[in-house]
Ligand binder design. Structure first.
Ligand code: ADP
Length: 390
C-alpha cells in the first residue's frame, strides 16, 4: 500500500512516496527555496540513477507540487492517499484526521501557535486537494502524541481564565518522531522496555517520557522553544528574562522573539555555529566557548532525562534519535558520563558504530539500556494514512 507524504515548510516542500508494507521508498526529495531566488528540486527515485537536481523557478507551493507530480508519475506507482505533516494541531488533533473543509480550517485556526509552519502546511493541503481531487488527505500533527500527557504535566500554573481563553498548555513537538521511536524500540526490545526516555536531538531537540506507549511528559511547551538547548534556541530560561530584556534591555517583542529562537542556543554559547559538527571540531582545536556549548548541551540533556524519568516513575531505556542523537557519539558519551552516577554505561566500541539500523550501545551491566534509533517520521505518517484510508 503506497502513500505520498508531504512535509511543507514556509520555503520548502519535502515529499516521499513509500510502501507501508515493505517500507520501500520509491521517490523522495525536497523542493527548496520556494518563493526565493535560486530555487531547485533535489530528489531520488527508482526511475532514475543517483541524486537528481532540477533548477526550477518555484514561485509557490503549487508550482513545486507540479514537479513532485512529475517525479511521482515517473515511478509508475499509484498511491492511496496523502499524509501531511502538520507542526501544530492545537486542541483539534488528539489523533490524525482525514482532511475535510472543517479540519483544514482547524489547521489555520491554530496557526498563531506555529505561524511559520501551519499556514504553509494548510496551503500545501489545499494544493493537493486541488491537484488530486480523487485522493484522500490526512493531517498528521506533531502535537497529537503529546495530547494525552496528564494534566499535571501539561497545565500551566497561570490563571485559569487566561489559560482557557488563549488555549495555553504544553503542546510539545516531534510527537510523530517520539511515537515512531517508541514503536521501533518496542519492536526491538520486546518486553525489555516499559519506561522509555526518547531523545530527539536535532537542530530542534526534545525529550519525551513514554511508559508502556503512553506519553507522560515532554520537554517542549506551548511552543518548540522550551526545554533543551538547541541549535539556535535557548530552551528553558527563567520566564522573567523575557520581561527583563524588554524593560531593562530595551528590546522589542519581535527582537526578543528573534533572539530566543534564532540567535541563542549552541550558536550563542559557542559563538561559532549552530551546527554541532562545527562545534565539535572547534572544541577539539581548543576553543573554550565550543567546549562549553557541548558541556551545557550534555548537562541539560542529562538533567532533563532525569526529569522525564520522574514523569515515567522509572526508566529502563534511553533512545537517541535525529541528527545529533543518531550521529554524535561524542555527545552521547558526554551525556552518559553525567548519568554514570546512576549506573549508565556505554560500550565505547558500540557507541562508535555508524549505521542506519537501530542498535544497543550500552554495556550488559548498564543499569539502563541505551539505544540509537534512527527516526522515520515519514513512515509513521504513512502508517496513519494507511489506517485511515487503506
Ligand atoms: P532538523 O531536522 O531539526 O533540522 P537534524 O535532525 O537534521 O535537524 O539534526 C541537525 C543536527 O545534527 C545539526 O546540529 C548537525 O550538526 C547534527 N549532526 C548531523 N550529523 C552529525 C555528526 N556526524 N556529528 C555530530 N552532529 C551531527
Amino acid at each position: 500500500m503506497n502513500v505520498l507524504v508531504i512535509n511543507a515548510g514556509s520555503s520548502s516542500l519535502k515529499f516521499q512516496l513509500l510502501d507501508v508494507d515493505t517500507r520501500e521508498v520509491y521517490a523522495k526529495g525536497n523542493c527548496e527555496r520556494i518563493g526565493i531566488d535560486g530555487s531547485f528540486v533535489g530528489y531520488e527515485s527508482i526511475a532514475v540513477e543517483g541524486k537528481q537536481t532540477i533548477d526550477a523557478a518555484l514561485p509557490d507551493h503549487k508550482t513545486a507540487m507540479g514537479y513532485v507530480i512529475d517525479i511521482i508519475d515517473a515511478t509508475g506507482k499509484d498511491f492511496i492517499g496523502i499524509g501531511h505533516r502538520v507542526v501544530q494541531g492545537g486542541w483539534y488533533f488528539p489523533e490524525s484526521k482525514i482532511v475535510t473543509d472543517e479540519s483544514l480550517g482547524w489547521v489555520r485556526e491554530v496557526a498563531p501557535l506555529a505561524p511559520l509552519h501551519n499556514y504553509a502546511e494548510a496551503d500545501a493541503i489545499e494544493v493537493c486537494r486541488e491537484l488530486f481531487p480523487n485522493k484522500g488527505n490526512v493531517v498528521v500533527a506533531d502535537t497529537s502524541f503529546h495530547y494525552a500527557i496528564p494534566e499535571r504535566a501539561h497545565r500551566y500554573a497561570l490563571p485559569r481564565d487566561v489559560v482557557d481563553r488563549l488555549h495555553i498548555r504544553k503542546y510539545g513537538a516531534h510527537g510523530t518522531s517520539h511515537r515512531y521511536i517508541w514503536r521501533a524500540t518496542k519492536q526491538f526490545l520486546g518486553d525489555g522496555v516499559h519506561k522509555l526516555v526518547s531523545c530527539h536531538l536535532g537542530s530542534g531537540a526534545s525529550l519525551c517520557a513514554i511508559a508502556d506507549g503512553k506519553n507522560m511528559d515532554t520537554t517542549m511547551g506551548l511552543t518548540p522553544l522550551d526545554g533543551l538547548i538547541m541549535g539556535t534556541r535557548c530552551g528553558t530560561i527563567d520566564p522573567a528574562t523575557v520581561v527583563y530584556l524588554q524593560r531593562v534591555g530595551g528590546y522589542t517583542v519581535d527582537e526578543v522573539d528573534t533572539m530566543m529562537n534564532k540567535q541563542s542556543g549552541l550558536l550563542a554559547v559557542s559563538g561559532i555555529s549552530s551546527d554541532s559538527r562545527d562545534i565539535e571540531q572547534a572544541a577539539d582545536e581548543g576553543n573554550e566557548h565550543a567546549q562549553m556549548a557541548i558541556e551545557m548541551f550534555a548537562y541539560r540533556t542529562a538533567q532533563l532525562i532525569m526529569v522525564m524519568a520522574q514523569a515515567n516513575e522509572g526508566i529502563d531505556t534511553i533512545a537517541y534519535s535525529a541528527g545529533i542523537g543518531e550521529n554524535s557519539s561524542r555527545m552521547r558519551a558526554e551525556v552518559a558520563k553525567k548519568l554514570a552516577w546512576m549506573g549508565v554505561e556505554l560500550d565505547p566500541e558500540l557507541n562508535a558504530v555508524r549505521s542506519d539500523d537501530i542498535r544497543l550501545i550500552s554495556t550488559p551491566k548498564s543499569a539502563i539500556k541505551v539505544l540509537v534509533v534512527p527516526t522515520n517520521e515519514e513512515y509513521m505518517i504513512a502508517l496513519d494514512v494507511a489506517e485511515l484510508l487503506g
